[in-house]
Design a protein around this ligand. Structure first.
Ligand SMILES: Nc1ncnc2c1ncn2[C@@H]1O[C@H](COP(=O)(O)OP(=O)(O)O)[C@@H](O)[C@H]1O
Ligand SMILES: [Mg+2]
Length: 266
């Protein structure tokens, strides 16, 4: 376990974040009318049916919805892994319409960090080397990369584990390395797809707490898909998706709406 005090640098940045006014927050991701058709004719499926979504810097948005409702597809589009069939997407102020594949990949490298359910660490590399890989993609290497990677690991409470290999780490530690990796290049947006799904309750909670801390940086938006209603208390915003459409969006800390207590179907 690690507490909120594990990452003082992030805490300090949060001091200027407005607590109850979202109008002054920077929109880091703006999606409008996103439609995504997947599969080949005649078996094409309209997976997303017109999604409008803004992700604000300084906020943790949690996304919930049944399996197959389009959450991973939407995350892939917001993170410039997939292109939408229709609709507009702006990431960190850059409209993506008409961008080449290389342009999209560059935007993704510079502005987006991903966290996955299965951690996606390279088993033969140490924690610090795994984080350095993400920096290498941004052409940062050598001692500078090592220092930045070590700092990112310190931010997630793993300063003492930088030389550990993933096989020697718990699931919670591995996911914290993955979060450090996503943080290392100071991205404008972090997208986490069911980051706590493989963790027990205590580690899942700790990872969600960490993502909430990471989201307090006023230059960064964080979106996490979750099925775990116990993590909803960390959310600035809860978005529900159903059958390719946004079904609801709540801001429990501002609206005073109650955090839903029922488990959501997988
Ligand atoms: N390559 C594909 N071709 C056709 N259908 C797909 C493809 N990938 C995903 N789907 C379908 O799209 C829907 C949404 O998938 P996904 O975004 O993974 O949902 P979620 O993450 O909410 O479980 C599912 O019905 C899935 O079967
Ligand atoms: Mg999914």
């Amino acid at each position: 376990m690690f507490g909120l005090t594990a990452i003082p640098a992030l805490k300090a940045q949060s001091a200027s974040a407005p607590m109850n006014d979202t109008s002054s927050l920077k929109v880091m991701v703006e999606a409008r009318g996103i439609v995504k058709v997947l599969g080949d004719a005649p078996n094409q499926v309209k997976v997303l049916k017109g999604v409008d979504l803004d992700l604000n810097a300084g906020e943790l948005t949690l996304m919930m919805g049944p399996s197959g409702s389009g959450k991973t597809t939407l995350l892939s589009i917001l993170g410039c892994i997939l292109s939408p069939t229709e609709g507009q997407l702006t990431v960190a102020g850059h409209p993506t319409q008409g961008m080449s594949k290389e342009g999209l990949a560059d935007l993704r490298r510079r502005h987006v960090g991903f966290v996955f359910q299965g951690y996606n660490l390279v088993p033969t590399l140490t924690a610090v080397e795994n984080v350095m890989l993400a920096l290498d993609l941004r052409d940062i290497n050598g001692p500078e990369a090592h220092d930045m990677a070590a700092e990112a690991l310190e931010q997630v409470g793993l300063a003492h584990r930088i030389k550990a290999s993933p096989s020697k780490m718990s699931g919670g530690e591995k996911q914290r390395v993955a979060i450090a990796r996503s943080l290392a290049g100071s991205p404008s947006v972090i997208l986490a797809d069911e980051p706590t799904a493989a963790l027990d309750g205590t580690n899942g909670r700790a990872v969600m707490e960490l993502l909430a801390q990471v989201a307090q940086d006023t230059n960064r938006a964080v979106l996490a898909v979750t099925h775990d209603h116990r993590t909803l208390e960390f959310a600035d915003r809860i978005v529900r998706i159903d059958d390719g459409r946004i079904a609801s969006s709540e801001r429990p800390k501002i609206d005073g709406t109650s955090v839903p207590s029922e488990p959501t179907a997988h």
